[in-house]
Design a protein around this ligand. Structure first.
Ligand code: UT7
Length: 330
């Protein structure tokens, strides 16, 4: 029986910080403009954490809403996974903080570190636990607060990031053609320096010097990431359709990593995806890293753009370098 099980998304939820930061805010401190940011990225504003809001608090709120949506409680959970690269603390895992906030006593909890691909990596990992029959109810969360590791003097990167969290509940289904139909993960560690935080780990432990040299902030080779992102997003779209034997007509919605409107348009144009089939909230959320896809998914569901029976494609890429995709029938 377990051989025919798939992981179905039975609940979705999200949480964003209260504080809205429009592009104009950056004009006060950086040589940039609302016009440049809007034209080059598609971002108009983003949400950034303030007092009392952290990766774990946003993640737990998103998780709570996803559980409510699925009609389950913390006591029903078998596993909590959090995809993040801006954890509550370096140790322990953010998933353990979430478990504690939700009151999911004794439920196993761990983090996945795959940056902006983290949620799709997590979806793939979580699906395996469901397909094998090991677990029945998994809370899979993507949460990041990259504002906490962004260099607000670097106009080439800080304008991109937003904070937030998105979550799904995964449960087994034996209905044919429902749930996670396909998932794929890839990495190329040779590109580690495309996006990285140099210090604070074993290679460069924290010293006064590393702090002074801003080595605890995100360093990014924006143009190189751009090229990699277009290439991999195109590849993922093609691979997902080929492996599931579907065409653009069969896909109801692509939920891409909300990275840059130009990257998304370049990638989806290759297959002539009409933009009505590409869900976007980058204008209001910016790039929320691991939260980006589940946050967009939750919005699309609440707007009625994705519903029961919808065929949805997730495509993501990020630091690592990592890239990952999935096809889900809701
Ligand atoms: O989840 C993955 C995270 N990483 C990303 O999403 C990054 C992907 N890359 C991008 O989104 C784009 O490469 C950026 C938005 C980062 C940059 O846009 P671009 O069109 O690739 O610009 P560019 O790096 O080629 O720079 C063009 C010019 C440069 O000036 P010069 O050398 O031509 O005088 C930059 O210094 O734009 C300048 N520039 C800016 N100007 C105003 C870079 N950032 C800004 C800014 N405001 N914020």
């Amino acid at each position: 029986m377990t051989g025919s099980l798939r992981a179905a998304i039975t609940g979705v939820g999200s949480a964003v910080p209260k504080r809205v930061v429009p592009n104009a805010e950056f004009e006060k401190t950086l040589d940039t403009s609302d016009e440049w940011i809007t034209k080059r990225t598609g971002i108009k504003e983003r949400r950034l954490v303030s007092e009392g809001e952290t990766t774990a608090t946003l993640a737990a709120e998103a998780g709570r809403k996803a559980m409510e949506n699925a009609g389950i409680t913390a006591g029903d959970l078998d596993l909590i996974i959090c995809a993040t690269v801006s954890p509550e603390m370096p140790m322990p895992s953010t998933a353990c903080f979430i478990q504690e906030i939700l009151g999911a006593t004794d439920v196993p909890a761990f983090d996945i570190s795959a940056a902006c691909s983290g949620f799709v990596y997590g979806l793939s990992v979580a699906s395996q636990f469901i397909e094998t029959g090991k677990y029945k109810r998994i809370l899979m969360i993507g949460a990041d607060c990259l504002s906490q590791v962004a260099d607000f003097t670097d106009r080439g990167s800080c304008i991109l990031f937003g904070d937030g969290a998105g979550a799904v509940v995964l449960e087994p289904t034996s209905e044919p053609d429902k749930g996670v139909l396909y998932s794929v993960m890839h990495a190329n560690g040779g590109g580690w320096d495309y996006i990285h935080v140099p210090a604070g780990g074993s290679r460069a432990p924290t010293t006064l010097e590393t702090i002074d040299q801003k080595q605890h902030f995100v360093k990014m080779r924006g143009r190189d990431v751009y090229k990699f992102a277009v290439e991999k997003m195109q590849w993922l779209l093609g691979d997902c359709m080929e492996k599931c034997n579907i065409t653009v007509d069969d896909v109801d919605m692509v939920v891409p990593h909300q990275v840059n409107i130009r990257i998304i348009e370049s990638a989806t144009e290759k297959y002539n995806f009409p933009m009505e089939k590409v869900f976007l909230n980058i204008d209001r959320m910016g790039n929320t890293s691991g939260a980006s896809i589940p946050l967009a998914l939750d919005e699309a569901v609440r707007q009625g753009k994705i519903g029961p029976g919808s065929t949805v494609m997730f495509v993501a890429f990020g630091a690592g370098l990592t890239w990952a995709g999935a096809v889900v029938k809701m």
